[in-house]
Every structure is written in C-alpha cells, then in structure tokens.
Design a protein around this ligand. Structure first.
Ligand SMILES: Cc1cc2nc3c(=O)[nH]c(=O)nc-3n(C[C@H](O)[C@H](O)[C@H](O)COP(=O)(O)OP(=O)(O)OC[C@H]3O[C@@H](n4cnc5c(N)ncnc54)[C@H](O)[C@@H]3O)c2cc1C
Ligand code: SF4
Length: 500
C-alpha cells in the first residue's frame, strides 16, 4: 500500500486503472476496481487530512478542506457560490452524509429523455444502494442526537399537515456535534476517506494526493494515463511533475466543476462537453424562537420533507451552521449586527434545495480555472420563493415569533402577518443568497453520441479506455441528495468495465 503526497521531484507509476478524484464517485469506483482484483491508482488534487487534523472553525475548514476556499461562483445574473471540497474523500468529507435512494421516476426520465437506464439498470443501482447502505452504516440519528432544530421542524410540518421525516445518513451513532461541514472529527460520519480509500490501499492500490491532474494522456483515441504537477497543500506552490500510466483505463471523477474542463484540456472532442450543467440551488430561512434552539447541538442535518419534490419542485431540510457562518448571512453593521448575532442560540435554520430546470455550462477557463455559467429562470425563481414561504410558515407553526428571510428589499425580520411579503418577493436572483452544492452534468450520459458525452456505462463516446464516474454524467436533476446515486453509478460502471 502506498500513499504519495507532495514531492519536488518527478514521479512516475504504472497501473491497470487510474481514477482521477477521490470523492463520492472516485473513491467508490476505485474501491470497486480494487475489489475486482485490479491494480489501481487514485490521483487526487487535494491533500490527505485525517479527522484529528480537521479544523475546528469554519474558516479553517474553508482553508484546509474546501475547493479554492469556497470562492467558486456560478456566473449568471447573480453570483451564487459553488461549494465543494478538495481533499482525499472529496466532498463526502464536508457533506452531511444524507443518504437518499435514486427515485424510480429518475430512471424513467433518463430512459425517456436520454435513452439510458432502461432494462435492469434500476435494479442494479438499487442493489448497489442496498450494499452501500450496509457498508456505510446508513442510520437515523439517535434520538438524543437529533437536536432541537430538527425537532421543531417535525412539529411545524405536522401542524401544517405535510409529510416530513427524520433523515437517514451514512453515520455510525452520530453524536450530534453539528460539525459535518467542518469534517467529522469523531469519525461518526462515514466519509470516503475513512471508508473506501483505505480499502484501495489495503488491496495494494496507490493514492497520490496534492496531485491535480492537468490532462489525460491520449494516444489517438485511447486514454493511456494522466499527468500534472504536485501542488503544495499549504502554499499551493508547484512541485515536481507526476505521470501515471494506465494499462487498461482512466476513470475521471473530479466533480462536475472539474471533470469536463480536464477532458477539454486533454483534447477530447465532443460538442456536448461542458453542457448540461444543473444544480439544486439552496437557500435558508431563519426562525427566531423564544426558547433556546442551539442549532449547533444535534445532527447538522436531521429533518427533511419530500412533500414538494414533484410540485412545484423543492426539497426541505434542516441545516445547522456555526455562529461565524450565520453572521455572514445576517445583514446590518455595528451594534445592530452584534444584537442579531447575539440571537444565535434562539435561531433555527431550515433550507430548501430547488429541483431547478435551469441549465448552464462548465468549461475550462484562463489558467485552467473552471468557469461555470448558470442563470436561474423565472419558473425556478418561483419555486425558490414558494419554498421560502413554506419554510417561513413552518417556523410559525412550530412556534417561532419571527422569521429572517434574507431577501434583499424586505425587512430584516417578518412576523406571521407579513408573510405575503415573501410570497410576493422579488424574482431577481440577485435579491437572494443561494449556494450550489448539489451539481450535475458537464459530461452527461445518453444513448445518442450527438447529444451526450458518455454512454450508460460511463464510457466517453468515441474513445477507448476513457470513462467518467462522477456526478458529471447525471443528465437531469434528481430532486434528492445525490451521493447515493453517484456511488451506485460508479459501482455500476466498474462492474461493466470489469466484465468487458
Ligand atoms: C456542504 C455540502 C453538503 C452536502 N451534503 C450532502 C448530503 O448530505 N448528501 C448527499 O447525497 N450529497 C450531499 N452533498 C453533495 C455531494 O457531496 C456531492 O454531490 C458529491 O460528493 C459529488 O461527488 P463527485 O464524485 O462528483 O465529486 P466530489 O465528491 O466533489 O469529488 C471530486 C474530487 O475530485 C478532486 N479533483 C478535482 N479536480 C481534480 C484534478 N484536476 N485532479 C485530481 N483530482 C481532482 C477534488 O479535489 C475532489 O476530491 C453536499 C455537498 C456539499 C458541498
Ligand atoms: S453531526 Fe457531528 S457527530 Fe454527527 S456526523 Fe456530523 S460531525 Fe459527526
């Protein structure tokens, strides 16, 4: 077993398969290959961080675990941040480990609109999801770890009469420290740096960290390796070159914002490359309660509702954020801002993830930076606004005395008789603070090579030994949290690759 990190000198390696990226798709693909007896190298841009070294603060997490300090944005009418991780384990290190099976309607839609995922595809995916749930200890949070933030949401939804539930997450006895976004120092969250990556090493594989792949090496239309230069984990100074050669195939799983740009830099020709970027933009509404909520005590995310997934198209969840993150969401200055931050212990935060229909692009830009262009159409703005209204009403049904909508142009706080201000709020995306954390597309799968980049086995059309194994292949929005789908796709693709 070998882990190679930053080096000043040149480094070379020969393996059967290379997996670029070690997140939800990459780590899962690599472990499946290793289980199949293959000799694998995982090449990861970010550093290796053990849980004991995860930072305590949000600032430290952005510095040490987030991609580009969390400074990426989608360019459109509004500049909404794109949040992802860059470390071994990828975004599973900073995500909330929510585990949702791919809904049946998604397979129907993929078959109908993209000619993929028919026949036994759905059963294969669900079989993999059965196994993944066992391997990653999917569980409900223990009642003592759920937290008041989620308890209040259950009360509010019940009072309004819509479906809601406590969420299943890949955790082992979640201790309710509310720190998933900074990495779980107590190792309760089963992020893939703790699960599948160690298995790859134990089975004789290699992991290169601090090793951003510049391009895939092509000989004609065959992928034969990858190359790049090591990057220092603190200074980001460039180190020696690395070249890893693959006897059999290269699987690119560097996330939606990086996979299509890597293929573009490598000279892959496909008119669909970088198109079909989609997201679940999310925003939150705070409720202010007389009683103490202490949202930082309890599972970071513990409650959800799918009641509005189909119509009009959003998912509701609780989300606990630390005080320093909350303060960046509050408006005001000086004493007024301090008073608002001082209410932290009484604030509950609930969010919606919009099942958006808007589509954007992701391309390689100047100095190899990914450029995402993504506008939000009016139908999606209506979904966002409607979802915020539902959350605000749920807060009042749970006993909140005020809500903080965070919409530009509206008062800072609203009472229950002012809810129509949210219902009639602006439809300009610049008036809202949303983030993009569930991303899809850029290398979408499909039957028709003229309308897609990959086939339903992740193989890039027209190339040999070149696959995509991350969220980039997903051709539609899911309307549910994506990690479970991404992992099952990675396993499905690897099964087919090893069978070929
Ligand atoms: C804050 C947050 C919370 C979330 N919570 C949940 C949740 O609870 N449940 C859920 O289902 N989903 C959640 N998600 C979404 C989920 O984590 C992602 O959809 C998923 O991790 C994406 O998987 P991926 O393999 O496509 O990319 P990632 O997991 O992002 O992995 C990509 C990896 O590739 C590496 N990489 C990038 N460029 C290169 C390069 N040039 N060379 C080598 N390596 C490279 C990156 O450093 C990264 O490690 C959340 C996301 C965020 C941001
Ligand atoms: S809430 Fe805390 S204990 Fe539970 S998984 Fe997240 S970081 Fe770990």
């Amino acid at each position: 077993m070998t882990h190679t990190s930053f080096r000043e000198d040149a480094f070379t390696l020969d393996v059967d398969y290379i997996v670029v990226g070690s997140g939800a798709g990459g780590a899962t693909a690599a472990s499946a290959l290793a289980r199949g007896g293959a000799h694998v190298a995982v090449v990861e841009a970010g550093p290796w961080r053990d849980p004991e070294h995860y930072p305590h603060s949000m600032y430290g997490a952005m510095r040490d675990l987030f991609d580009d300090w969390g400074a990426g944005v989608a360019q459109g009418r509004a500049l909404w941040p794109i949040v992802q991780s860059s470390c071994v384990g990828g975004t599973t290190v900073i995500n909330c480990a929510i585990c949702v099976r791919t809904p049946a309607d998604i397979f129907d839609q993929w078959e109908r609109e993209h000619g993929v995922a028919g026949g036994s595809f759905r059963d294969t995916m669900w079989k993999h999801q059965d196994a993944l749930e066992t391997e990653l200890s999917a569980e409900l949070p223990p009642p003592e770890s759920l937290g008041r933030n989620s308890e209040l949401a259950l009360i509010g939804a019940k009072a309004l009469g819509y479906e809601s539930h406590v969420m299943t997450r890949y955790t082992k006895r979640c201790a309710g420290s509310g720190q998933c976004l900074q990495g779980c120092r107590s190792e309760r969250k089963q992020s893939l740096n703790l699960q599948f990556i160690p298995e790859v090493l134990a089975k004789g594989g290699h992991v290169l960290s601090c090793a951003p792949v510049h391009r895939v090496l092509l000989e004609g239309r065959r992928a034969v390796g990858v190359t790049g230069r090591f990057r220092h984990p603190q200074t980001h100074k460039k180190g020696g070159t690395f070249t890893v050669r693959a006897r059999k195939a290269v699987l690119v799983a560097a996330s939606v914002t990086h996979t299509a740009p890597i293929l573009e830099r490598s000279g892959v020709k496909n008119p669909m490359l970088g198109l079909g970027f989609r997201a679940h933009p999310g925003t939150g509404v705070f409720g202010i309660y007389d009683d103490v909520v202490d949202m930082n005590k309890g599972a970071t995310q513990g409650w959800a509702s799918m009641a509005y997934r189909d119509d009009p198209g959003f998912k509701l969840e609780t989300l606990s954020i630390p005080p320093e993150m909350l303060s960046s969401r509050l408006s005001g200055v000086g004493q007024e801002l301090m008073r608002r931050i001082g209410e932290y212990r009484h604030i509950a935060m609930w969010v919606l993830a919009v099942r958006a229909e808007s589509v954007g692009t992701v391309h390689n830009g100047l100095f190899d930076r990914s450029v995402v262009k993504y506008g939000f159409n009016e139908a999606d703005m209506l979904r966002l606004r409607k979802g915020m209204g539902v959350i605000a009403r749920t807060h009042f049904a749970a006993g909140a005395k005020k809500v903080v909508p965070g919409i530009f142009g509206l008062p800072y706080e609203l009472t229950a008789d002012q809810l129509s201000l949210i219902d009639e709020g602006p439809l300009d995306p610049r008036a809202y603070i949303a983030i993009l954390s569930h991303l899809f597309g850029g290398c979408v799968m499909g039957k028709d090579p003229a309308r897609s980049v990959c086939d339903e086995s992740g193989r890039v059309h027209g190339y040999e030994g070149l696959l995509v194994a991350d969220a980039s292949v997903i051709p539609t929005n899911l309307g549910v949290n994506p990690q479970h789908t991404i992992m099952a796709l990675a396993r499905t693709f690897v099964d087919r690759l090893l069978e070929a």
